[in-house]
Design a binder for this molecule. Structure first.
Ligand SMILES: Nc1ncnc2c1ncn2[C@@H]1O[C@H](COP(=O)(O)OP(=O)(O)OP(=O)(O)O)[C@@H](O)[C@H]1O
Length: 696
């Protein structure tokens, strides 16, 4: 089909006789790699230069068999007959006297003589001057890179090597195209287009994308709000289910107890068979006369009675259940919270702990303990070492030179291993501004509570924290960022604390949690912490200038002097007693902790017992407790010389009753045995947390 125009131009036999044989094609191909011109065939040497040796010309061979029986051994056939211009659609290199077909996509028509340049267009070869030869067809292999002219030009397509057609409108044709390519965007292709004009199409696409993004950005709040509502509903439902199952468990336990009690009563009264005979429903009567039958009947009677009692109890419970359905969510949560298991306890004790960097001592001879179930306030002048003290409690002591011991539940070990049950509320916010209050707490709970805990239990914890921190009103409000105003600073602070509370810590450490809060909010926060402490949590907070009321809400007080020395560590209720023993009396209308800090700083002047001055307060505390006096304080010891007075100061260590001491020992012992459980809280891994983050 493709050769049809050539057959019209040349008879089939002649065409075959002029076609290159394998040896000639090899000769041509071997010349393609080299920079020199085509290798000359044996028909074109200096003795015989047939007209077919010219560019665009070819001759026939008489050896027609060699075409069919072409092998590498066969030499280039002799060609000197019927030399003529190369056929259109073929190319005839100079030095070879045969024709080769142009590749598909090429356009190889007959050349025309350009009288100005005397070259054959479009091939740029010259015919021998003075000969009567004309232009033939192409003279070179047409490839798309080196022979542009020979290849079908851009904007056209060449279905055959002798046909060149314009590319129609709505289509585009690249260089060497054998057909048209339809444009995706019809208006983007004019006639003879080389490529699809997609700039307009791209522009429209970008505009559409921007509009979609703007829509998403503007409506994201609504989406988030709707989602938050749905999630909140599901959480409430989970809380309800958890409460129901807790009540059911309780009910079952109660019913069992009732049945057992009743059974006991029945057996006790079985010695008086006449009572059974007159049982209330009158259905069953004991047979007084017959021994064995009477025993069996009595058993049956007892069982029937037992079930009757149990069913009546279940009926009562059903009535209670109806009442419960009218309960508020807070009621449900507090009821379910009653059934929660107790948290493990952590006691942190220090023994002559000294932390230093280089020669600078940041904490010195710190001895004391932070007990579970108590709230400790850490106070002291700026730079005294409060944050360093918290770091020591948290076990973040790398980088410091450390002397002394930190004991957890009476055992020395790394605090880091307890990190899954230690909550730390830093001074700066750790909230996600783009989430609501509830989402923030939920995210923290999901990531940090045990993987094995059910969703319902997690929801209960969340609800309890929300209730305890008074966040109910703002639970669905966005926390907010610098650009987008959200909840108030005080509320934000409470959310910060809540984020740590939801992970149910055993040790909760807070760095200035009440800074920036008004008195009412501070007290509410302290009440929430007290509630935590009542669950056995060890709470420890650095605090600045608390009101007297707030200060009295703490159990213990650690007063740090400059240099990281302890000036007092004991119950809040004993602090005034201790200092007054040293001759430091708090004036009227002065807040005791502020006054003691002023004394330490030398701002407030006071006359102390003996020769002591405020700078001796840490030493006095050491002496009071009978701790070893460090080397660098020995000099001060000589100065004050008031040992006698010191030992007359009332004991400030909390006097535990013998029962309390036994209980305390027992609980610590229990904790030590629980140690592995404490360390084994399996929280979701990083990938799971990231999944929660994406799905929050
Ligand atoms: N990594 C450190 N390198 C050198 N000095 C340090 C380092 N950390 C703390 N200090 C120094 O230790 C002292 C106590 O610092 P710390 O931050 O514990 O005080 P603070 O009581 O928390 O102070 P503030 O109430 O102002 O926050 C300061 O003098 C401080 O400069």
């Amino acid at each position: 089909m493709l050769l049809q125009p050539v057959y019209e131009y040349l008879p089939r036999g002649r065409l075959v006789a002029m076609m290159c044989r394998k040896a000639e094609i090899e000769l041509y191909l071997s010349s393609l790699g080299s920079k020199s011109s085509v290798r000359i065939s044996r028909n074109c040497n200096q003795f015989s230069w047939a007209p077919g040796c010219q560019s665009g010309w070819a001759c026939s061979t008489q050896d027609t068999n060699s075409f069919a029986n072409n092998s590498f051994e066969n030499p280039v056939p002799s060609r000197a007959e019927n030399c003529r211009p190369c056929c259109p659609g073929f190319f005839c290199p100079r030095g070879l006297t045969c024709m080769m077909p142009c590749p598909l996509g090429a356009y190889c028509p007959l050349g025309t003589l350009n009288k100005t340049t005397n070259l054959c267009d479009p091939y740029s070869y010259q015919i021998t001057p003075g000969s009567n030869q004309t232009c033939g067809s192409a003279d070179t292999w047409a490839d798309v890179i080196t022979t542009n002219d020979v290849f079908c030009t851009p904007g056209h397509h060449c279905p055959t090597t002798t046909q060149k057609l314009n590319c129609s409108k709505g289509s585009y044709c690249r260089k060497g195209a054998t057909g048209e390519n339809k444009c995706r965007w019809k208006g983007g292709c004019k006639e003879n287009s080389e490529k699809e004009e997609i700039a307009l199409f791209g522009g429209i696409l970008i505009v559409v994308l921007i509009v979609i993004l703007l829509l998403v950005y503007n409506c994201s709040d609504q989406f988030i709000a709707v989602r938050a509502k749905i999630l909140s509903k599901s959480r409430k439902k989970a809380a309800k289910i958890a409460q129901e199952s807790a009540t059911a468990r309780k009910r079952w336990k109660l019913a069992k107890e009732l049945v057992l009690r009743h059974e006991m009563e029945m057996y006790e009264s079985s010695d008086a068979p006449e009572e059974l005979a007159t049982s209330s429903d009158g259905i069953l009567h004991a047979d007084k006369g017959n021994g064995k039958r009477s025993k069996n009947r009595r058993k049956l009677n007892v069982r029937t009675e037992r079930f009757r009692r149990a069913y009546s109890q279940i009926d009562k419970e059903r009535a209670l259940q109806l009442d419960k359905d009218k309960l508020t969510l807070a009621g449900i949560v507090s009821r379910a919270a009653e059934n929660r298991p107790q948290r493990p306890m952590l006691e942190v004790a220090f023994k002559a702990l000294t932390l230093s960097i280089g020669k600078k001592k940041l904490l010195q001879c710190v001895t004391g303990k932070l007990s579970p179930g108590r709230i400790t306030a850490i106070m002291g002048p700026s730079g005294a070492g409060k944050t360093t003290f918290l770091n020591a409690v948290l076990g973040k002591t790398s980088g410091y030179k450390k002397d002394g011991l930190v004991l957890v539940n009476g055992k020395s070990g790394s605090m880091q291993s307890y990190k899954k049950i230690i909550g730390f509320v830093p001074q700066d916010d750790i909230v996600h501004g783009n989430l609501t209050v509830e989402e923030n707490l939920w995210f923290s709970g999901r990531c940090r509570l045990s993987k094995s805990m059910s969703k319902a239990d997690k929801v209960l914890i969340l609800e309890r924290v929300i209730g305890s921190l008074g966040l109910q009103e703002i639970r669905n409000s966005l926390v907010g960022t610098v650009e987008k105003r959200g909840i108030s600073g005080g509320q934000r602070k409470r959310v910060n604390v809540g984020i740590e509370m939801v992970m149910e810590p055993s040790l909760l450490i807070l760095d200035e949690p009440t800074t920036g809060l008004d008195s009412a909010s501070s007290q509410q926060l302290l009440r929430a912490l007290r509630h935590e402490a009542s669950q056995g949590v060890n709470v420890c907070a650095v605090i600045h200038q608390p009101s007297y009321t707030l200060f009295s809400m703490f159990d213990d007080f650690v007063l740090l002097a400059r240099g990281g020395l302890i000036a007092y560590h004991g119950p809040v209720s004993e602090v005034e007693n201790y200092f007054s023993g040293l001759g430091i009396k708090v004036p009227d209308r002065e807040n005791p902790p502020d006054y003691y800090i002023d004394i330490l700083e030398g701002i407030a002047k006071t006359k102390m017992s003996g020769h002591a001055t405020p700078k001796h307060l840490p030493l006095l505390w050491i002496l009071h407790n009978g701790y070893d006096v460090p080397e660098d304080m020995r000099k001060d010891l000589e100065e004050i010389n008031m040992m006698h007075e010191l030992y007359t100061v009332g004991s400030i260590t909390r006097e535990l009753s013998s029962v309390e001491q036994t209980e305390s020992k027992h609980s610590v012992h229990q904790n030590v045995s629980q140690r592995n459980d404490l360390l084994n809280r399996k929280t979701p891994g990083v990938l799971a947390q990231y999944r929660y983050y994406l799905g929050r």
